[in-house]
Design a protein around this ligand. Sequence first.
Ligand SMILES: CC(C)(COP(=O)(O)OP(=O)(O)OC[C@H]1O[C@@H](n2cnc3c(N)ncnc32)[C@H](O)[C@@H]1O)[C@@H](O)C(=O)NCCC(=O)NCCS
Ligand SMILES: Nc1ncnc2c1ncn2[C@@H]1O[C@H](COP(=O)(O)OP(=O)(O)OP(=O)(O)O)[C@@H](O)[C@H]1O
Length: 286
Amino acid sequence: MNCLALSDLEQFAAALADGIRAELYLTPKPGLVDLCDNGSHDDLTLELMNRSAGMMREYLAELAVAIYRQQPFPELQQIGLKAEQRMLAELQSNCHRGGIFLSGLLLSAYGECRSDNPEALSNAVARLAQRHFLQARLTGSHGQQARARYHTGGIIAECLNGLPGLFQIALPSLIGNLNDLAGSCYLAMARLMQHCDDTTCLHRGGQTGLARLRKAGQELELCLLRGADPVPLLRRQNQEFKTANLTMGGVADLLGLTFGYLDFTNSRHGISSLSLHHKQPSSCPA
Ligand SMILES: CC(C)(COP(=O)(O)OP(=O)(O)OC[C@H]1O[C@@H](n2cnc3c(N)ncnc32)[C@H](O)[C@@H]1O)[C@@H](O)C(=O)NCCC(=O)NCCS
Ligand SMILES: Nc1ncnc2c1ncn2[C@@H]1O[C@H](COP(=O)(O)OP(=O)(O)OP(=O)(O)O)[C@@H](O)[C@H]1O
């Protein structure tokens, strides 16, 4: 029998789903769907993304039970695949493909290593990713095209390396600045913008697009470290991203994943939950 309680797995699953919603509601963001607009995504709306986030909650709850029952990894992969197919069939858009994969992998890794320690979890992610990508048959997705054309690992390298975007980039940025929650969320985002080989950005804008993403991340970090209000800069960056049809889906996914992981570990270790999904604005800030 698994020595993880079902409630631990369910709690992590719920925190990951909440983290994905918290990322959606973090507003404003360059190029991404938020409370103000759809960014550079003509095929997405806040309502659609919200429905997708609700479906993610059901998917992760199902996965938590399967992990608790110690179902073999191929069966967990099937649950992920089914969630991806359901999202595409019911919503007719790629709302959270990256989020489905990354959160499923992290929850499965937790089931395997039975620890929420960052190093143990990162190593377990890398091991499971190795198994997954040895067999995965990736068809001609936009990400696959970008990885081949620009010789980058994208989400595959991120997972094979144990999610450095989460554990080494976003998490320390959040933990180090919790007295200013909104600022720390944006600092984590700014650093991910500079770290992530985001294939949604590369696919749309090539190397020039990725360089713009990096520069926007640098500007945002400088603005935050100066103690200035980031909102005017973020609004300007959103306009620039929209004009250039740029986005940063990988950054968004890693940020949501980090929110979920931190909320889960905080609540387990007696630190009050950040409940980030409740703390975001409820409408587009004036
Ligand atoms: C590996 C996946 C992502 C498929 O890759 P694919 O080439 O089809 O997708 P693609 O590269 O377009 O990326 C998907 C999404 O990842 C995100 N992303 C892009 N770049 C990055 C990055 N550098 N780091 C993290 N995420 C990124 C984006 O949101 C993007 O939309 C995955 O969907 C998959 O294998 N699905 C099968 C379902 C499954 O087995 N799930 C169970 C896992 S335990
Ligand atoms: N708030 C958000 N807004 C937009 N995308 C997000 C958001 N949060 C996460 N994402 C991620 O971004 C990805 C969608 O990016 P994108 O639409 O560019 O991908 P695509 O379907 O490959 O490309 P295209 O839209 O150019 O056809 C999803 O996988 C999703 O996980």
